[in-house]
Ligand binder design. Sequence first.
Ligand SMILES: NC(=O)c1ccc[n+]([C@@H]2O[C@H](COP(=O)([O-])OP(=O)(O)OC[C@H]3O[C@@H](n4cnc5c(N)ncnc54)[C@H](O)[C@@H]3O)[C@@H](O)[C@H]2O)c1
Length: 319
Amino acid sequence: MKNILVTGGAGFIGSNLLLELQNRFPKANLIALDDFRSASFKNLAGYGGDFIAANVAETDWLKSFKNRPLDIIFHLASITDTTVLDEKKMMFDNVEGFRNILDLAVEKKSVLIYASSAAVYGSQNMPMKEEHGGRPNNIYGFSKWVMENLAKTYEGKIPRIIGLRYFNVFGPRESFKGAAASMIYQLAHQMMAGKRPRVFKYGEQKRDFVYVKDVVALTLQALEAKENTVVNSGSGGSTSFNEVIDILNEALGTNLEPEYFDNPFDFYQNFTQADMSYTAKALGFKPKYSTRDGIIDYVQNYLLKDQKSKAETASFRSI
Ligand SMILES: NC(=O)c1ccc[n+]([C@@H]2O[C@H](COP(=O)([O-])OP(=O)(O)OC[C@H]3O[C@@H](n4cnc5c(N)ncnc54)[C@H](O)[C@@H]3O)[C@@H](O)[C@H]2O)c1
């Protein structure tokens, strides 16, 4: 019977992870922590565990663990909007929150798996290998890089500490991220409303879009790691925004042309692609979904079904 904490548990990846943990380990004692800044309880339909509503960067919530064992921590709570420019806030919430988690893991002797990001790579034009980190373009990426540096100073004090550099994750339960939800989510919603998909000029930016089902599987696989490390969590591919629109047109049965507009962000990552060879070696993990297969599963099994059930609710209300 394991005691497992998931911070950011009401968010996109955290809620998918919690529900999968509940599936795989029905006897585990699950605890979610979140302050709902980019999330909702609606992501946790069917969840049967405990919940702590708190800001992880503050310390009052730590008293909840006074006499409570804690075997595993998945730390996902973070400001996730990469366009937030308030440097102090980004660093305080993300890094001080992580420091609290690290200290808790030392006290409880917990295994710690935490979310880093492809943002630590900044602007590079080749498949990103773990040793290429440390060149963030923005304060969000810098906060993740400092978290990785901080984690190294705790090695040996915690049974295991693994950092996961998630690439561009998409999939069910991302809607509460609003403008920070994936490009795939934004484009699909525009297209489902019959609008032309809007992308930065000229749609040739390429990203490693990875399906959340693979990200959850990799996050759980990290529990099997034999040594402390940081690994990439991507699909291993790189897909342009124009190609995403083609796949969405196919999945939705539409034929909508992109509409291009100027990119206002000078710190934008125009290319990401995870080199997944070290992840395969360190965790024995290979993603199951290509970006294309992930988009098709997402559209057909989630987005179109949600749209249908919303339309049915609206017509029921109007009776
Ligand atoms: N989705 C991606 O493409 C992606 C890419 C790289 C890294 N990541 C990382 O993965 C993790 C999960 O991201 P996500 O995509 O699920 O985003 P998300 O915004 O849905 O999840 C973050 C969650 O943390 C909560 N939160 C934020 N700051 C908090 C704080 N100080 N105290 C308590 N709760 C707080 C939010 O309310 C939210 O539920 C984050 O650490 C993020 O940086 C995500």
